[in-house]
Write a protein that binds this ligand. Sequence first.
Ligand code: HEM
Length: 500
Amino acid sequence: LPGKSNGPSLPPSPPGLPFLGNLLQLSSLPHRSLHRLALRYGPVMLIRMGQVPTLVVSSADAAQELFRSNDLAVSTRPFSKAAFKLTFDARNISFAPYGDHWRHSKKLAVVHLLSPKRVLSFRAVRDEEVQNMIDRICAAGAAGGGCQVRLSEILFDYANGVVCHAAAGKETKQGRTAVTYRKMVADASVLISGFQVDDMFPALAWFSAVTGVDAKLDRMRKRFDEFFTGILEEHRDRRANRSDVVEHFVDILLSLDESGLEEIDIKAITSVSNSPSPQSRENTVLKLESLALQDLIAAGTDTSFTTLEWAMAELMRNPTVMWKLQDEVRQVAGSKMKVEEKDLSQMHYLKAVMKEVLRLRIPAPMLLPRETTTSFSLRGYHIPAKARVFINAWAIARDPKTWEAPEEFRPERFLDSGVDFRGNDFQFLAFGAGRRMCPGINFAMATNEIALANLVHRFDWELPDGMNPADLDMEEAPGLTTPKKVPLCLVATPWISGRH
Ligand code: HEM
């Protein structure tokens, strides 16, 4: 590992093998393996993933020092061939290297697409998608009292439906936006998680060509390109007739463009063009909007779906929490057919449940990978430049030094606590922190709270075949986000107010 000959030493490293480094110590769920290693080697650890030196941060104190004193030095993302190919040459927000393009497109997303006011304006979208979700659950049980509901599938479609609908409208000429998108993204989470062969052995870049991974990525990229270009063209045509419609992310982006382009757009658009010959402005603009759309749909789908899926799984595992939540929601929303967003502000336990899910079942357990741009000192250790950085938020969220009974699902811990996930409480990093923090918190919480409230208001839930809550499989699937490995299948009985 690169280091300094004198001065502060490198962080502790578990012994590794000459070529593979510490790879054999990592399982398909690296947040768990790294947690185990950190218990032995400490909260600031330097491992080698193949050829790549990798800093692993596993405590709230170390994360606080990292974000407070060295955020700039860890604000870029490492190069990943998969992410590069799937994100139009890493020119979106999530995987873009730190620099002008990233800064301007993130600002555009924060100011114009994901602000609290804008999120509120998508209330009708959420309402429609919640209704769709309820209808599907009811339809599954139309034959009788109880039914087996393939809930994971329905929750994925809901999360994806909300973000696709907000981004590009419910329908496109290619069919229902969310359905078309879902078909395109299978396997993407694993491919971009940073654990592909060429992420760890840059010298073996040819490997993914031989194994067919490159060809798969190229096919996915082509489908993305066609999908988003189609959406943009449709919305452009629509706007040519009615220029005052600002409905979806795509319309907002197009209207910014038509209004003469704000400074941020001009800069972002200019930096998007990578063609040596001057591209037509029209094409360049189309590209930028594709990037923003693709990024927000990708960043908002799996994360929200994973949160909702684990929320329902934890509620099934912990029946007293489920009853307490149902009591609150049914008391506030009463005999209404549907919980409305204005009811949510009175649902304090619901908010505590959401927080506890984001703590114990953090959707992106190691956030998104970062890379050091300069060397710096952390907890007295020398951290080299060009090291990959994993912040093991999963490990931090179950550190007994900061959390009482960390393995237990106890929403009550948040009822009288100011601890939040907005990047200032370093023991709770579900959305990351610092410059690269998630800009979609408001959108995500609005999407998830209304869905969970309606799921527990409208239905009573049971495990199938009299299964014991303790036997529910709680294993995670590998990837950048970690949904349940075994999809959730439950029995739903519509709740009729006053029946119980
Ligand atoms: C429960 C839902 C969500 C969770 C848990 C979540 C979590 C995260 C995390 C951990 C990161 C990386 C932060 C870091 O590196 O420090 C991130 C980045 C990002 N998220 Fe989210 N997210 C969620 C929903 C959303 C939604 C709904 C959107 C947009 C519609 C969104 C857009 C983004 C974008 C654009 C980035 C990249 C930011 C950057 O690199 O500067 N996220 N998110």
